[in-house]
Structure formats: C-alpha cells, structure tokens
Design a protein around this ligand. Structure first.
Ligand SMILES: Nc1ncnc2c1ncn2[C@@H]1O[C@H](COP(=O)(O)OP(=O)(O)OP(=O)(O)O)[C@@H](O)[C@H]1O
Length: 630
C-alpha cells in the first residue's frame, strides 16, 4: 500500500491576510515569522474588498500525484510559499479543502506522513551531517541500532553527502559544509522517516545552477524510485531543471495561470499569440511575460463565464465544494488525468519512541551541542576558574572581626551578582533550539515534555563542573568556614545559583521573540530579583505593595544560605541590613528566623523554585508548539 503514494488535491483555496491598520509603536511581542499567520475569521463583504485585506491566494486549485514532481513557479509574492504552507498543513486557509487520496485528512496525521522543508535551514551547526541524520532517525523511527545506522548510511549516499558525512553542518558563524550540501541535509532530515509526500519551499534558493540541478535530480530519483509525491516551489528554474518537472503550477498575484506539463505551458503561451522563440526556457519566458498571460487569463475567464458549464465536466472538486470556478475548470482540463487514486493511507498514531527514549536521545544531542559550543564551554570554564582565583586572592584570608564580616557579606553579594550577570550567554542557544523544537514537534517527532526534561538534565553536570572550578579556589583562599559540610553546602549553593539562573533564562527564552528583547527582559528580572532578595533593603523595610517581589525573588535563598553557612553558630559578628547598628550574627539570624536547622530547608526551597520555573517554561513551550502544530 505504501508504494501507491499519495495524491494531494487542493480545491478552492483562498487565503487572506488582515493587515493591521497601524502597528503599535511599542509593540514588541509579535509572533515568530511575522504578523498574522493564523487564518482571518470570516470577513464581511466590505472587509473582503478593503485595502487592509490582502488576498494572498484566490480560489487556487492544484493536484500533485505520486511518482511525480509538481513545481510551483511564479514571480516573487505570487503566493507560492503560502500555498506550500497550506498544503503542508502549517497554515489554515479561510476556504477550500485539501484531499489526500481523495479523502479529507486530519492535519496532525498528515504531518506524520509528510515532510516539509522550509526555505531556511533549521539545523544544529555543531553536529556533523551523519549525527544530524542519525538523531533525526532515532527520534522518528523505532528501529534497532544496526538498522538505523544502515538507513542513515543509505540516505547519506542517496543525498550525495558521503564525502562530508563527518563534517559539521555549520552556519553563518561556524564554517561547515556548503549551502547546497546543507540544503540536502535539511531534505534528509525530513525524508528520514520515508514520507509519502515531500513539500519543499525553494529547495534551490541561493545555490549555483549545478548544485540546484543536483538537488532536483535527487528529488526526481526519490519520486521515480519510491513513488513519492514531491511538491516544490522554485524561482527561475534552469532549462535542465525544468525538464525534470512532471507538472508546473504557474502562479501570479495569488491566482493559478497554468496547471499542467511544461509542453502544455508552451502551447498555451503560443495560443495567446506570443512569439515563443525556439530553445527558450518556457517557464522563464512565461514568468517574464506574466502580465500578458494574466491579461489573457482574465479575458478567457470572462469568455468562459458566458458558456454553459456542463454538469458532466464538473465532477471531482465541485461535487465536494459545491462550486467550481471557470478558471479552475480551465486549469483542471489541462491536468493529465490518470485513474483516480483512492487508497487509504496508514497514519502512525503515536510517537516512534517512549518518553524515556526520547529524553535519552535529546539529552545526548543537547550535550554534544553544549560541549562543542566553545564559547559556552571553554570560555565559561576558564572564566569561572580565573574569577574564583582572582576573588580568592582579593578576599584572601578574611578575618573573623567586624571588618572581616563586612568583607564576607560584600563577597557574597558580589558572587551572586557575578554569577547572575553571566547567565544570558546561553540565550542564543536556547532561541536556536526553540526554532528546531517547534519544527520537530510540529511534525510529531517527539513530545515537548521530553525536550523539557532533557533540557533540565543536560545542564546539571556542566554547571556542577563550573561551580566546582569556582568554589574550590575561592572557598579555601578566602578561608570560609573550614567545616567540610559547610564547604559542600557552599558548593551546592553555587551550583543551584547557576542552575536557577539557567532556569530563568530557559523560562524567558521560551517567551521572548528574539535575543535583544530576551536580554533586556532577563536582565530586568534578574536585577529586580536581586534587589528584593533582602540584601539591599531588609524584608521588613520593603513597602507592602512590593513585598510580593521578595517572595518571588529566587535569590533571597542563596543569600540567606551564605549567611547561615558562614555565621550560624560561629560567634562571628555581622552587620547585616541593620545600618550602622552592629549586632552579633546569632541575633541577626535569629531575628530573620534562620538557624542551623534551616540550612537544608533553604536548599529545598531553592529546588522548589527551580522546578516551578522549569514547569512554567514547559507550559510556555507546549503552548507555543501546539499553536504551530495544528
Ligand atoms: N504573514 C504575512 N503577513 C503579511 N503579508 C503576507 C504574509 N504572508 C504572505 N504575505 C504576502 O502575501 C504575498 C504572497 O507571499 P508568499 O510568501 O506566499 O509569496 P512567494 O510567491 O512565496 O514569494 P517569494 O517567491 O518572494 O518567496 C506577498 O505579497 C506577501 O507579502
């Protein structure tokens, strides 16, 4: 049944964009990739013709068949990408229907049997070609390891990527494989599960003619050997590329001007009275003469409206939608009709792997990315070690008197600020991952919860290494409480502070639209949490209307932890939030309600806060991904 392939038929697709009258000058939080991706609700007649409504697609009909390539061509802004997004079930049109093998199909199910390659390559730049495809295979297929390996090897061969299989993918910043090879990896990621239908938006954009031909050639082989249905959009295809297309959909201004073979396009162009020179690329010629073709199409439409529509001719689409325009009839008559395919497709119902397996694979992928991000790993490692040593040498052997106590409090305050100020470096990584997460979860590769767990786990060992490198020199050079349990408590605190800050970044990176906004929001949140942590202003002095900030401030716990660790039961004096009034550490801690026994309770509360922030980030990601999924 699989080899039968899928016939995709779109009937009467209309898609409108409702342009905002005027963008609010302070509006920052727009959705990813622009304004209004969601369908506009039913519009009134006056709104239909309003200049604020852009008719991106007007009553479009198209049909793609198995074993064939359908190429959507047309000038820029014709509506090619919008049509592909609708066919790939990423956008919902205001009207029209899509049928798969003549059956209406559930979008979520369709995404599992189709592959959609977007214009932009969303790949991890630090993974090699082989690793990228292997991780996709592990997430999307339930096969033993040996079979996965041989499948990936076969695919690499098919994609013509054997010579770069162990090279990193790269991007604008990281040197990697070429643009054409990267496009092929993107295609590989979306065909690893052997989809019935493959939809590609500009697979050859930005490539030279040889690389472009190689890609289309590869797709042709895929269609012809495996019976796959391939739909792609392309800008000015070369002569040799055009020969590989079975069918062309010529679009302009949201309407279809031709739907049929390249030869039929040539016939149509000549029948319009245009002089088509011999050996000229018909598609290129048609795009260049789009205005003339549009004029002829309008005239033809008007003439055909005068004719009586024979009920015999209006079968397929019309019977389902109840109406079929003359333009559609004209286009439809040009499609070479073969026997109708009416085969039910088998849709996979669930995810390929269990939540546990997904988490393992994602954790593995995350850790590879982190350890290969030199800026993140190497620089931060050196930074933490050096700053531990420098701080330790500045606060070397602090005394137990009043001055020494003040210095300790100053050191803790600085440590907190320093650890928190170096947190946003992971933000670009999270934002990049978010894009890939949205893409992967929208086609049902894995669950968002597995991602959230993997993300939560993977930073723990990395941050523990950083915390240890910072703590050991600092703690022993300064000469803090020499008790081993106190040292472990301090190490745990530093680790939790780093992890807390990481959780705040994860949480806000799920919410913000880009790096600049993310950076500002996170700095603001961190600053205010620190301000209300109890260090700058005592809990008792905070005005009632701001006291909630003290309770949600994640950073009061580490600070309290530092104090308990160093001063509780030590007899050292402390000048803590008391202005000039010097009191003993015991008195301060007692007044604030902390004793030796609250040492571990404090850590548990910190962990609780971290879990809350992690959970919030999971919920935001879940909402974000599900709004893209259906
Ligand atoms: N979300 C949107 N907001 C505003 N306008 C949009 C949106 N999506 C599409 N459009 C408009 O709809 C028209 C068709 O866009 P689309 O991207 O589908 O064209 P295209 O044929 O793929 O163009 P290109 O070849 O340049 O990529 C364009 O005029 C575009 O500006």
């Amino acid at each position: 049944m699989k080899n039968q392939g899928c016939e995709i038929e779109a009937i009467g697709i209309s898609y409108k964009i409702f342009n905002q009258k005027r963008e609010h000058p302070f509006k920052i939080f727009t959705k990813d990739h622009e304004i209004d991706q969601e369908p506009v609700q039913k519009l009134s007649d006056s709104e239909e013709t309003s200049p604020r409504v852009k008719n991106v697609l007007k009553n479009v009909y198209c049909k793609a068949k198995p074993w064939e390539i359908l190429a959507i061509v047309g000038p820029s802004g014709a509506g090619k990408s919008s049509l592909l997004e609708i066919l790939a079930a990423r956008l919902t049109p205001q009207s029209g229907s899509i049928f798969v093998n003549q059956n209406p199909v559930n979008k979520a199910q369709f995404k599992k049997v189709s592959g959609y390659v977007t214009q932009r390559d969303t790949l991890f730049p630090l993974l090699t070609v082989e690793e990228t495809l292997m991780f996709s295979a592990k997430l999307r297929l339930k096969l033993p390891r040996a079979q996965l390996t041989s499948k990936v090897k076969c695919l690499i061969k098919e994609l013509g990527l054997e010579h770069v299989s162990r090279t990193r993918v790269g991007d604008d910043r990281v040197r990697g494989i070429s643009g054409g090879e990267r496009r092929r990896v993107s295609i590989g990621v979306d065909v690893i599960h052997d989809p019935e239908v493959l939809i590609l938006d500009e697979p050859t954009s930005g490539l030279d003619s040889t690389s472009a031909l190689q890609i289309i050639d590869m797709l042709k082989v895929m269609a012809e050997t495996r019976g796959r249905t391939i739909i792609l959009s392309i800008h000015q295809p070369g002569f040799r590329i055009v020969k590989l297309f079975n069918s062309i959909l010529l679009m302009a201004d949201g309407s279809v001007l031709h739907h049929g073979t390249v030869d039929q396009l040539g016939v149509s162009v000549r029948s319009m009275g245009m002089n088509l020179p011999v050996h000229v690329n018909v598609v290129e010629f048609a795009i260049e003469s789009i205005d003339t073709i549009q004029q002829h199409s309008k005239v033809l439409n008007q003439e055909m409206q005068k004719l009586v529509v024979s009920p015999k001719r209006v079968e397929d689409g019309e019977s389902r939608t109840g109406k079929l325009t003359l333009q559609q009839l004209f286009q439809q008559s040009k499609v070479v009709d073969e026997e109708a395919i009416n085969v039910k497709i088998e849709f996979p119902f669930d995810f390929a792997n269990s939540r546990f397996q997904e988490t393992l694979v994602l954790t593995h992928r995350f850790s590879k990315n982190i350890f290969r991000t030199k800026e993140l790993f190497a620089c931060r490692t050196v930074q933490m070690l050096v700053s531990g040593l420098v701080l330790g040498s500045i606060f070397y052997r602090v005394k137990d008197d009043l001055v020494g106590s003040e210095e300790r409090v100053g050191l803790f305050a600085f440590t907190l600020t320093f650890l928190l100020s170096s947190t946003t470096e992971a933000l670009p990584i999270f934002l990049q991952e978010r894009e890939i997460l949205t893409k992967e979860t929208s086609c049902g590769s894995y669950r968002v919860s597995s991602y959230a767990i993997a993300n939560g786990l993977v930073y723990l060992p990395f941050l523990l290494i950083l915390a240890t490198l910072f703590t050991i020199p600092l703690y022993w050079l300064v000469g803090l409480n020499p008790n081993f349990a106190a040292f472990m408590h301090f190490l745990l605190l530093i680790w939790l502070i780093l992890y807390t800050a990481n959780s705040v970044v994860v949480c806000f990176s799920a919410l913000v639209p880009n790096f600049i906004v993310g950076n500002s929001v996170i700095s603001g949140v961190m600053g205010s949490f620190f301000l209300f942590s109890g260090y700058f202003i005592s809990k008792h002095e905070i005005p009632n209307y701001w006291i909630f900030m003290h309770y949600i401030s994640l950073f009061k716990y580490p600070f309290e932890g530092f104090l308990i660790n160093e001063f509780s039961g030590s007899g050292k004096c402390l000048q803590y939030m008391m202005g000039a009034c010097i009191v003993s550490a015991e008195d301060v801690l007692k007044e604030e309600g902390y004793g030796e026994e609250s040492r571990w309770r404090n850590l548990v509360i910190m962990v609780g806060y971290i879990l809350v922030y992690r959970f919030i980030s999971y919920v935001i990601l879940r909402i974000r991904c599900s709004s893209r999924a259906v």
